[in-house]
Design a protein around this ligand. Sequence first.
Ligand SMILES: Cc1cc2nc3c(=O)[nH]c(=O)nc-3n(C[C@H](O)[C@H](O)[C@H](O)COP(=O)(O)OP(=O)(O)OC[C@H]3O[C@@H](n4cnc5c(N)ncnc54)[C@H](O)[C@@H]3O)c2cc1C
Length: 420
Amino acid sequence: MPIESWRGGEIDVAVIGAGAAGVAAARQLQSLRPDLSIVLLEASSRVGGRARTIHPLGADGVALDLGCGWLHGARTNEWTGVAEKIGLTVDRTPAPWSDGGRQLEAADPDAKAAAAATADFFERADAYDGVVDTDLGAIVAPSDPWRERIHAVAAFVTGAELPKSSVIDLGRYDPGAGPDWRVREGYGTLVATYGQSVPTVLDVEVTRIDHSPADHILLSTTFGELKARAVIIAVSTNVLAAERIQFWPPLPDKIEAAARLPLGLANKFFIRVERPELLPTDTHAMGSRLDRRTGAYQLRPFGAPVIEAYFAGDLALDLERQGLDAAFAFSVEQLQHVLGADIATTLSPLAMSGWASEPFVGGSYSYATPGASDLRGVLAAPCNDRLFFAGEACSRARYSTAHGAYETGAVAAQSVAKAL
Ligand SMILES: Cc1cc2nc3c(=O)[nH]c(=O)nc-3n(C[C@H](O)[C@H](O)[C@H](O)COP(=O)(O)OP(=O)(O)OC[C@H]3O[C@@H](n4cnc5c(N)ncnc54)[C@H](O)[C@@H]3O)c2cc1C
């Protein structure tokens, strides 16, 4: 159906991108201004963006998230309340890295020293008071015996190798108070279910936004043109920086901000375990302590016969390019080292994310390059009270998270409600 035929080709508000931010923006706007007509335009064939749940063991099997999985800052995380309201199950099992969380490494005599060195690193970033921003590599001493562990853990957080990302930005990161919980049905299921009541057009890519006319904004899409009074743009920074959406008149400040807040990379790889009784449930293991090129492994999430491997930074990109077999070989070698050689006979590859090559996303979560942390505000600023921006990268402190994305969507919706 050509988009022109949709409501006669005219709409009050078009929200571009049905990820956590776009869905939250549309839902918030529906409740603030039921008088407005709203459409969510999504380039891919599903709602959720980087929130995506799969069921590789069958519809009744465990729900696994290829993207966001943890409700960080769960007590103050807007998605926690949404999950409970729509009848999904919030699982409060302590995350492996929090108090009460289970770690295979806990029995290791060096584990405390490694954890203390990593905690010191994050404290140094929090306390950094240099006038000039620097890169995270600069706050790790080359002589630190735990530097490889620090590089690995920091890459899990930012998605980037340390020399690429800003100390000030990491110091500002604050997911909010509260522990980390999960949604049993999956974070992706949560976002998609919440979006169900929003009029949505899938498989439609917005390619141009002409905001030169005084009385409307003209959207060009792969299915034709649509006029809107206001537009919320909730796509990733890599999509904006690649200028997959052309603005007329151009918005060079936005493009520059997006380019300097690129997406880092983290990928998940799920491994099937034939003999799950060999492994403890919901327990965390690191593949290596002495090499930054390591996976983090969550053994039997929710008790399922599965291991969830997590790779970040350059390693994640290399394994994504090499494919499933390479990721499996890498993981098996690391897991044998940690769990014993025999474990290999019980493992087989199940599913893997490939966020760098997702065409309408292009990575996992945003980090700031040195000096770019304040550009999150530039990215988030509305243009002439008609173009509004949302998405995790717009959040000053909760960037890189799905609840940060939610909050930026809610703010954009409030601004639209006021402006129209
Ligand atoms: C492996 C991994 C693990 C993660 N773990 C966590 C976690 O545990 N907890 C957490 O809080 N966060 C986590 N995150 C981050 C979280 O998933 C993201 O921050 C959040 O989902 C981003 O939402 P968004 O709405 O900003 O962007 P997106 O989800 O990228 O949504 C943007 C949408 O816009 C669409 N789009 C793009 N271009 C166009 C166009 N031209 N026209 C129309 N539509 C377009 C895209 O298809 C996409 O659906 C993780 C991410 C990954 C990848």
